[in-house]
Design a protein around this ligand. Structure first.
Ligand SMILES: C[S@@+](CC[C@H](N)C(=O)[O-])C[C@H]1O[C@@H](n2cnc3c(N)ncnc32)[C@H](O)[C@@H]1O
Length: 305
């Protein structure tokens, strides 16, 4: 296998990882199928006075898939989504905050938002989500159904403290918590472990994971794996994920739904947290049937077999 072949294979995998994430989100936010069914979050909240959206890791607006085609990334999916109810009312996000740390990407996103005619509704912030989140939360309407997407590349890009702040937003006023859709990027952490030399992750890498997961219960298992003493990588991955999920539940979220992308060697896990039974139902079908998203350009291989 040549380097070029390996790169092509990896690119193809990255393609399907991205597809799954974007299709789950698009199905969740909502669209109508050709028979007029569906509607997702936007359909379910058509009666609310306004709907808000926060994107903590927005990138520039588009995603390249398999080096062949491109599709909207998370911020443009949210910006362009609109649902018309049977009674003629339209539902879309009224205020959107897109946070992107990289200046060039934030500038490109600003141009893409303008091109899509969304400048009056969406604000692009060239900031660190972990720092700017309190400022954004002061602008989120306490009665607005709100969805927050956190899509970091690396553990260091997101801290559990940020998730906690979002969960605590307007505690006494909100009827339902802000919903959070988190991409937990822990699937490739085994690459930082050197099994031949029996070395575990660096102290710095472990520190970042602790801050992302919100605890360190998984560390002994990771160290044992690094030392070649028993546990295999999937067990360490599951321990990290379980601790993160328990911490999310501890914030008061009744429904936590998880999808590994893609089994059997997941690159990340999608973790959705809400306290609304309707949200649970919609996300259940979004995760189960993500391939039905009409913007998913080709049917993907059945990877569950
Ligand atoms: C996986 S990409 C996001 C992809 C995007 N959600 C999409 O669907 O196209 C992660 C992005 O987060 C940005 N980023 C990393 N750390 C950040 C931080 N602390 N605050 C805001 N953005 C950050 C990176 O520059 C990168 O563009």
């Amino acid at each position: 296998v040549t380097d070029a072949n390996e790169r092509a294979l990896l690119e193809e995998q990255v393609g399907s990882w991205t597809q799954a994430k974007l299709s789950v989100l698009r199905r969740y936010i909502g669209y109508k199928d050709e028979r007029g069914r569906g509607g997702g979050f936007l359909g379910a909240t058509v009666g609310a006075r306004e709907r808000n959206y926060i994107d903590g890791h927005a990138s520039y607006g588009h995603d390249r898939v398999s080096g062949v085609f491109r599709r909207n990334g998370t911020p443009l999916i949210a910006l362009e989504a609109a649902i018309t109810a049977k009674d003629g009312r339209t539902s879309r996000f009224d205020h959107l905050w897109f946070v992107e740390l990289d200046k060039a990407k934030a500038d490109e996103l600003t141009a893409n938002v303008r091109r899509a005619g969304g400048a009056a509704r969406a604000e692009v912030l060239n900031r660190d989500i972990n720092v700017v989140i309190p400022e954004i939360l002061t602008k989120v309407h306490p009665l607005a159904p709100t969805l927050c997407v956190l899509d970091p590349y690396d553990p260091g890009d997101l801290r559990f403290e940020t998730i906690r702040r979002i969960a605590d937003h307007a505690r006494d006023e909100r009827r339902h918590k802000i919903e959070q859709f988190v991409n937990l990027p822990i699937g490739l952490m085994h690459r930082g472990v050197n099994l031949k030399e029996k070395r575990t992750l660096t102290a710095q890498a472990k520190g970042r994971l602790r801050e992302l997961i919100g605890g360190s219960g998984w560390e002994p298992l990771l160290d044992a794996y690094g030392a070649g003493a028993g546990p295999r990588w999937p067990e360490v991955f599951e321990a990290m994920k379980a601790e993160f999920i328990a911490n999310v539940r501890g914030l008061g979220y009744t429904y936590v739904q998880v999808m590994d992308v893609l089994p059997p060697h997941p690159y990340y896990s999608l973790v959705f947290a809400s306290d609304h039974p309707r949200a649970e139902t919609i996300m259940g079908s979004s995760m189960r049937d993500w391939q039905r998203d009409p913007t998913n350009p080709q049917l993907t291989l059945d990877w569950s077999r």
